[in-house]
Design a protein around this ligand. Structure first.
Ligand code: SF4
Ligand code: SF4
Length: 394
């Protein structure tokens, strides 16, 4: 059997055709094509479980690319059906799916992402082959578009977490292309006086899993769990919603209590800095839109944090709209991903500034934003300098 195991093994629960997942699928909502929705994927997976010879069919090859991996359907399903998991299994089992491409891209982030993004930014539009234009834009977007101006200065740090040992999971984007995010996260943790433990975390593995590389995803998960164990199982602070969701999916623990401890240790950074007292610069944007990532944590800690600091300035939040990043799908069916993205911009496009808490959303929205809109991760708003024009508006 090809890598990834048999298709359909992931479907441990029975779909009762209630249709709840259809209401939340951004791909279905944007295209109005039910064959692209989660229920169609569930049914296809059941057919493949009975007859794997169907795998080589052209339709199946195409369908393997058609899922954003947003997990909205999985969250909505009260019967535990995991449609994106089935699509990942299909990608892993399909003989023609380009797993090598994704594996190379995701396991060599350190050497490929920064240089790839720089080169993509340098190619003038008139020399970009039409078919590659979208991908180059995406690649360039990894390093961000115009980004956000620092406009939040710290007035006072609480002593709540002084000397608390923590690990910081930065993720591939912050480690390799958006190092400013990492610097701001460290600045905040330093101010809080925590004991930041050294780490050697690898990628969270969610991209590998989605791309049908389950063994590679398991390898990085085992590595990351071992880092956490060796550090004494402390809190793991995370500032990317997709990384947090990927880390939450880990399953390879010694026992159930250890798994529960891991789940409890995963903490959104925004939730931890809720008591930090910020000053807003006089020239901060008067209105901002918030893009809620599909993978946001249960409390949507990024939104809660921003709302507390920015109050009425945070005017619009996209909720049902997905950014359309879609990883594998962004490359396989860019025209469909664009339809999803344009729904997001219909909601947020009037805002001069859009802020989010997910590296994938920041890249996708940064690459597709209307010209006058600035997009970035909220960490870009943190002023790490001591001076700056500030007022006490909150
Ligand atoms: S996958 Fe779940 S939510 Fe969707 S139709 Fe089936 S049972 Fe309902
Ligand atoms: S993961 Fe997202 S895009 Fe894929 S089927 Fe589910 S809701 Fe639709």
């Amino acid at each position: 059997m090809v890598r990834g195991g048999k298709v359909g093994t992931i479907m441990t629960r029975q779909c009762i055709l209630c249709g709840k997942c259809l209401e939340v699928c951004p791909l279905l909502n944007a295209t109005r094509r039910e064959e692209l929705g989660p229920r169609a994927k569930t049914e296809l997976s059941a057919m493949l479980r009975d007859d794997e010879l169907l795998l080589s069919g052209e339709d199946v090859t195409r369908l393997a690319g058609l899922c954003l991996g947003c997990h909205r359907c999985r969250k909505a399903c009260s019967h535990g059906v995991d449609a994106p998991g089935m699509v990942s299994a299909l990608r892993g089992a399909h003989p023609d799916f380009k797993r090598w491409l994704w594996k190379t891209w995701l396991t060599n982030a350190g050497s490929l992402w920064s240089s790839g993004s720089t080169v993509a930014k340098l190619i003038p539009k008139k020399f970009q082959p039409e078919k590659l234009g979208r991908h180059l834009k995406m690649l360039a977007g990894l390093k961000g578009g115009v980004g956000l101006e620092p406009c939040l200065s710290v007035r006072a740090f609480p002593k709540t977490y002084e000397e608390t040992p923590v690990l910081l999971f930065a993720g591939c984007t912050a480690n390799h292309v958006q190092k400013d995010w990492l610097a701001s996260a460290r600045f905040l943790l330093e101010g809080l006086g925590v004991h930041l433990l050294p780490d050697d975390f690898k990628c969270c593995g969610s991209g590998l899993r989605a791309a049908g590389c389950p063994h590679e995803a398991e390898d990085v998960a085992r590595h990351n769990i071992q880092i956490w164990r060796a550090a004494g199982r402390p809190k793991v602070l995370v500032f990317c919603a997709s990384c947090l969701a990927g880390l939450s999916d880990y399953d390879d623990f010694s026992n159930e209590p250890e798994k529960n401890l891991w789940q409890a240790s995963l903490t959104p950074l925004a939730g931890w800095i809720g008591d930090v007292d910020f000053l807003i610069a006089d020239d901060a944007p008067a209105s901002l839109g918030y893009h809620r990532p599909c993978h946001h944590d249960a409390a949507d800690s990024d939104f809660m944090f921003l709302k507390r600091i920015l109050g009425g300035r945070l005017e619009t939040a996209s909720d049902k709209e997905c950014c359309g990043f879609g990883g594998v799908m962004g490359l396989g069916a860019p025209e469909l991903a664009d339809q999803v993205t344009s729904q997001c911009w219909d909601r947020l496009g009037a805002m001069p500034v859009v802020v989010t808490g997910c590296s994938a959303c920041a890249a996708r929205l940064g690459a597709t934003a209307p010209e006058r809109v600035r997009v970035g991760h909220w960490l870009e708003m943190i002023n790490r300098g001591s001076g700056g024009r500030v007022s006490s508006q909150t």
